[in-house]
Ligand binder design. Structure first.
Ligand code: SAH
Length: 266
């Protein structure tokens, strides 16, 4: 195999939701070739991190504050080494990467972001759901309930949920009661389906299917307080796949589009 040369810079890599096979081919190549690997321990699989090359320096980020992380990454890059900064899921969602990018930029250090499979999509896969069901909803809102980190007033869940689309809640398992109250305030019916996936794609993954009214109690009963994705809305109705009621235009016999002549002209 030809040797893979990385540039002396910081590669911000999405590791995927947990399963070590859910990193991208590019992300894995960078992880295997980097001189320094700094990763979000407990959220990124040790099996994945074990693939770092022999001699690579491997550090866990959980015990380090931002300045400390920047210092070790900057030191490596300034010495001509490559850095893989490995984040859970996709780095663009609640990855706290902006603060890293800006501080590195001030030091003249370049970053490249390699996307990953976000837990929102791993959770949808785990429950076998399409989040954008034709004629039901064509929109997914990715958000969180406001906890210690405030959410801007104009993004209150009750305002967002007024669209009656699919809503994916990150970082909200311990705020489920509050989230359910917001859905009800937005006019959602108490029996709107909710699917919660704890530790999606990990060996100990758990799925709780519930409703808006059952959400808080069912999560409490299951003891789920963290590392869970809450997917809410009628797209999560487990009965949808038994009904064949929502067909897309894309594969509709009658529908003509750029790649296929349908039986009906537009
Ligand atoms: N960047 C990550 C999100 C980081 S914020 C991503 O794209 O997935 C952490 C939150 O993400 C958790 O509170 C939880 O809501 C969700 N999360 C991360 N990994 C998860 C997993 N394997 N299963 C379910 N939810 C997960």
């Amino acid at each position: 195999m030809t040797e893979i040369l990385l540039e002396p810079k910081v590669y911000i890599v999405g590791a995927g939701p947990g399963d070590p096979e859910l990193i991208t081919v590019k992300g894995r190549r960078i992880l295997r070739a980097a001189d320094l690997v700094l990763y979000a321990d407990s959220l990124v699989s040790e099996d994945l991190i074990a693939q770092a090359k022999a001699g690579a320096k491997v550090l866990q980020s959980s015990g380090m504050d931002l300045e400390h992380q920047i210092a070790v990454m900057a030191e490596a890059v300034q010495a001509g080494r490559s850095v893989a900064r490995v984040h859970t899921g996709d780095p663009a969602m609640y990855g706290a990467i902006l603060e890293q990018i800006s501080l590195l930029k001030l030091l003249g250090i370049g970053c490249e972001i390699v996307p990953g499979v976000s837990s929102v999509f791993a959770a949808a896969a785990a429950v076998g759901a399409e989040l954008t069901v034709p004629e039901l909803t064509q929109t997914v809102i990715l958000t969180r309930a406001g906890g210690r980190t405030p959410v801007p007033e104009r993004e209150r869940l009750r305002e967002l949920a007024a669209h009656h689309c699919t809503v994916a809640l990150f970082l909200s398992a311990s705020l489920a009661g509050q989230a359910a109250a917001e859905f009800l305030a937005a006019g959602w019916s108490p029996d709107t389906p909710v699917a919660v996936v704890e530790r999606a794609t990990w060996p100990d993954q758990r799925i709780v299917r519930t409703t808006v009214s059952g959400l808080e109690g069912d999560l409490k009963a299951a003891g789920i307080t963290r590392q869970a994705m809450i997917l809410a809305g009628w797209a999560l109705d487990p009965g949808l796949s038994d009904r064949d009621a929502h067909r897309s235009k894309l594969y509709d016999q009658a529908f003509t589009h750029g790649y296929r002549e349908g039986t009906e002209r537009p």
